[in-house]
Write a protein that binds this ligand. Structure first.
Ligand SMILES: Nc1nc2c(ncn2[C@@H]2O[C@H](COP(=O)(O)OP(=O)(O)OP(=O)(O)O)[C@@H](O)[C@H]2O)c(=O)[nH]1
Ligand SMILES: [Mg+2]
Length: 419
């Protein structure tokens, strides 16, 4: 484990202590050992160096005492602050943004996640490139001359060149990502066409979303459904997984497990992960999984809600799922309105959460009687697949069918409705 010092400017934010605790957890997730925490109370961060000179001296001393060469900072710093604070403390500066990115980079397994992280890292590195006045003569570098398309006059500064190279790399990666996303869009369209309701598990990282998903798959999945990856670490999940849950009453629905949140998730990362997160944006219902055994769970709920807003997920009904109740005194499983206290590891809890989800997503369904002409048989198939058929009789001019249907299916088939 690498020894580090962490530091934060206390601007009197109500959640300051929580964000510092979170920062320590993030550092640990990056294989770092927090040797000391240095805090400075300020009205606003010092624009040139984040903390004042005196504090920087103190940090430098702490670094020497603990043999720590890295300083982790609780906010996103400007390139100038990084440089100056580095000079003043004689330490390598890693801000919150870079730290989170580092964890994402170490966790990314799929091609898509890797590309998303790389794009975010390059975007962040752009403004952080060192200003360097050394002129690099491009034509000298490339052997010069005649046929070069790159006629940039006398040359460009190293900074300009670095920016250009990075810009180009970003576009190449974005193109690769787009190809992957397009393939996924096809699968998504097929899913949409199935007309199944979709539910997304969202929430703070390590709350137990993947464990809940696996519990659901155990109880209502098919045997060949793959379990998702669950582990006691921050950001175990970086890819969205979607599975279908099956029920005897035909009320199947889709469930998706998504990437977890942390406060001040870097903007560039949120941008890069937008498509991964879009599963939540399209859901009919969100299940916010909360680790109720964590003393900071109220802050974690706020963090989740702020992040959802940031990615444009608003006005979707939500169930609050207070998980890990086995680690608390609270009785479980227990439903209260749109809240459930449960444990993702307890099968009885999983049954209850299914009950609550179904109650919510199917609550606007209606029993409607349709008469479908024999020539329109495909609508019968649709009713059988997407609705719950209660009764079927045959008349001379068509099939009379009573079914429990969603508002959407009802309006699509409204011309066949019997009054
Ligand atoms: N005791 C207990 N532990 C749980 C429960 N649910 C999940 N856990 C543990 O909490 C840890 C995190 O679980 P995950 O399901 O991976 O959490 P997640 O929300 O998917 O986390 P990210 O993918 O990192 O966002 C794992 O070690 C789980 O075994 C529970 O009900 N009780
Ligand atoms: Mg997970």
């Amino acid at each position: 484990m690498t020894p580090v010092i962490i530091c934060g400017a206390d601007l009197n934010q109500p959640d300051f202590d929580y964000t510092m605790q979170e920062l320590a957890n993030l550092a640990e997730a990056c294989d770092m050992e927090v040797k000391n925490t240095v805090i400075q109370k300020l009205e606003r961060p010092v624009s040139a160096s984040y903390v004042g000179r005196g504090k920087a001296e103190e940090i430098k001393t702490q670094g020497k005492i603990h043999d720590a060469k890295i300083l982790i900072v609780n906010d996103e710093l400007t390139p100038m602050q990084i440089r100056n604070l580095g000079d003043l403390t004689d330490m390598k500066i890693i801000d919150r943004t870079a730290l989170i990115l580092e964890i994402f980079a170490s966790r990314a397994r799929s091609k898509e996640a890797k590309l998303q992280v790389q794009i975010a890292q390059l975007r962040i590195s752009l403004p952080r490139l060192h200003t360097d006045n050394d002129k690099v003569k491009l034509d000298q570098q490339t052997g010069g001359g005649g046929g070069s398309f790159n006629s940039r006059g006398g040359g460009e500064t190293k900074l300009e060149k670095d920016r250009r190279v990075i810009g180009k790399r970003i576009s190449i990666l974005k193109k690769e990502l787009k190809d992957i996303e397009e393939k996924q869009n096809v699968t998504r369209k097929q899913r949409d066409a199935s007309g199944l309701r979709s539910v997304a598990l969202v929430g703070y990282t390590n709350a137990g979303k993947s464990t809940t998903m696996n519990g659901l798959l155990r109880v209502c999945g098919k045997d060949d459904d793959k379990q998702v990856f669950e582990k006691d670490m921050l950001f175990a999940t970086l890819d969205t997984s979607v599975r279908r849950l099956h029920f005897k009453d035909n009320k199947d629905f889709l469930i998706s497990d998504t990437v977890g949140f942390v406060s001040h998730l870097p903007h560039q990362l949120v941008q890069a992960f937008k498509s991964t997160l879009s599963e939540a944006a399209k859901a009919d219902l969100l299940v916010q999984v909360i680790d109720v055994s964590d003393p900071n769970y109220c802050d974690m709920i706020k963090t989740t809600e702020t992040t959802l807003k940031e990615i444009g997920v608003e006005n979707i009904p939500m169930i609050y799922a207070f998980n890990k109740a086995d680690l608390t005194e609270a009785p479980y499983p227990e439903i209260l309105g749109n809240q459930i206290t449960y444990s993702a590891k307890d099968p009885a809890s999983i049954e209850k959460i299914v009950e609550l989800i179904k109650e919510n997503i199917f609550k606007d369904d209606r029993i409607v009687t349709f008469k479908i002409p024999f020539s329109e048989g495909r609508y019968l198939d649709e009713l059988n697949v997407r609705g719950t058929v209660l009764e079927t009789t045959y008349e001379e001019d068509g099939t009379v069918i009573s079914a429990n249907v969603s508002p959407e299916l009802h309006s699509r088939l409204s011309r066949f409705e019997m009054h």
